[in-house]
Ligand binder design. Structure first.
Ligand code: MF3
Ligand code: CO
Length: 249
């Protein structure tokens, strides 16, 4: 687990997060009907090289690409391919970088053209669930206060929260302790302290929360093949409250 010991370390994590946010923003401008996810992966690679940072996912446990591109029923870890985006699709982009020994991780779901209202609602609820969870990322709260607030928000809105994947501590490694589940009862697990940095990342299914992994060993899809959305921010716990290091704007 990383607990940042100095303002200087926090400042590096802020910079890493700023870089990844601007790369994500750049990528989003290319998300439109006709573009392949492979093309988006190439673009992400170029943007990462321009910034002189390292991709965090490529080669991670054998992951074959720079970013994850998860379309519609794909929950997470979709591998970029020659499939073109079509109007009505939703695309979850997930990317991570390493900058001066510190990692940053971000994910967001983008609508391609016009999507059905219920799918739009799924995307909105997932994004709001992330911010709901972040509200509880405060000194002396438990990790599971984040988890339970996310689950409650999602279920109150008629969707289901994925159990198979969780958020995580982040810092000198992409994945560090503690795990940050998106479900569970409040007041359990680790107590949050100033200087901890977390990647909070709810994955929300329109239908059942159950998930299957395809033969490639990575692509996680909803068992009922209904759409799924994913948002992730890297945040720091500070004495002044949660600081969202990454940003979507
Ligand atoms: N944000 C995801 C996670 O933290 C993406 C990891 S992709 C991988 O698990 F390739 F690095 F595994
Ligand atoms: Co992550």
């Amino acid at each position: 687990m990383v607990v940042l010991k100095s303002k200087a370390e926090l400042e590096i994590m802020r910079q890493a997060a700023r870089i990844i946010s601007s790369i994500a923003k750049g990528l989003c401008t290319h998300v439109k009907s006709g573009v392949t996810t492979k093309k988006l992966d190439e673009l992400a690679n170029e943007l990462i090289l321009q910034e002189n940072v390292e991709p965090a996912f490529k080669g991670y446990q054998g992951y074959p690409a720079t970013i994850c591109t998860s379309i519609n029923e794909v929950i997470v870890h979709g591998i970029p391919e020659n499939r073109s985006l079509r109007d009505g699709d939703i695309l979850s982009l997930d990317l991570g970088i390493k900058y001066k020994e510190f990692y940053s991780d971000i994910a967001l779901t983008v609508c391609v053209g016009e999507v059905k209202p219920k799918i739009k609602k799924l995307v909105d609820v997932t994004k709001k669930a992330l911010f709901e969870g972040i509200r509880y990322a405060k000194v002396n709260n438990h990790v599971s206060d984040i988890s339970s607030s996310i689950q409650n928000y999602v279920e109150k809105n008629g969707f289901s929260i994925v159990r198979n994947f969780v958020g995580h501590g982040i810092g000198r490694n992409l994945h560090e302790e503690p795990e940050v589940p998106n479900f569970g009862k409040p007041k359990h697990g680790l107590i949050l302290k100033s200087g901890m940095v977390l990647a909070i990342e709810p994955m929300v299914n329109m239908g059942s929360w159950e998930c299957v992994i395809l033969e490639d060993g990575w692509t996680a899809v909803s068992k009922d093949r209904l759409p799924s959305a994913h948002f992730e921010h890297t945040i720091a716990i500070t004495d002044e409250g949660p600081e969202i290091l990454t940003s979507f704007n």
